[in-house]
Design a protein around this ligand. Sequence first.
Ligand SMILES: C[S@@+](CC[C@H](N)C(=O)[O-])C[C@H]1O[C@@H](n2cnc3c(N)ncnc32)[C@H](O)[C@@H]1O
Length: 304
Amino acid sequence: MMTPNCEAAQLGQFIPVHYHYNMLLDEARMQGFRAAIEYVVKPGMKVLELGGGTGVLSLFAARTADKVWCVERNPALATTARQTFSRNYRGDIVELVQADAFDYLPPEPVDVVICEMLHVALLREKQIEVIDSFKKRYVEKFGLPLPIFVPEACIQAAQPVQQNFVYEGCFITTPVFQNPVAIADRTLELAEPTPFQSFSYESELHLRCNWHGTITATESGTLNALRFVTKNILAICMESRSTIDWHNAYLILPLDEPQQIEVGDNIEVQFSYAVGAPLEALHPQVKVIHAQRPQESLRRVAMA
Ligand SMILES: C[S@@+](CC[C@H](N)C(=O)[O-])C[C@H]1O[C@@H](n2cnc3c(N)ncnc32)[C@H](O)[C@@H]1O
């Protein structure tokens, strides 16, 4: 039984039904998953969805697949998904299973696994742990090959930014979630996003994100936040050598000590956190190494 205080009640493990309304309205998410599922799922295939929510992604699969199992643990969502399947085209081929995705295995091998338990930076939701556990149990029961995963891969990046944290005259530094497809007029990008992790779901999955890297500033400004970008490669289209992508909302994390930086300065960034952990687990350490300016070099030469 889930109570509001237990770990399972955290976002990702227990997303309230009304929050799914926002996910259904998110056109980039819906269109991306629909295109990827239409591309990957072929007639005759069997599909499993882990964490089905309202059932929308299972319905996309059901348009082409022979059989879909949709696993959802939250009882309210399981009820919603059951209704969804009874009211929509080919919903009758979807079997709703109210179960924990950490335990469930389908009765027979599947061709495709859809799983969207994704939060920016792979925090909060249990995507990686669920798929890692699924792969081990699946291979034990059915052997290889593994099914195709939707998403197939993921690339994560960090970007130094100057963020405007003033709201109606009040300076409030909280983490900010930013729509990746909207104009971000509160954010000045101080460098390009720098990849810190990339992996494919069929390969070994790492339960920690660790990075120690350097980003060189391409703009001058006040470095007061880091932006985290999580790009999900939903499907890899071999014929057209293209991908179908969807970005989670960007996460902007305020830094403890803002610093003035100039073009060419190096920003050393370091962090280590467990995937699926609460937001607070990502606490980057940032150190600025100022580049030598021409006038400084001249002064040194003059002093020598
Ligand atoms: C981000 S929502 C996505 C829902 C749906 N796939 C979609 O795209 O609309 C993740 C879903 O996973 C479910 N979930 C979380 N942990 C689960 C678990 N251990 N077993 C089964 N479902 C789980 C949540 O209740 C939620 O409905």
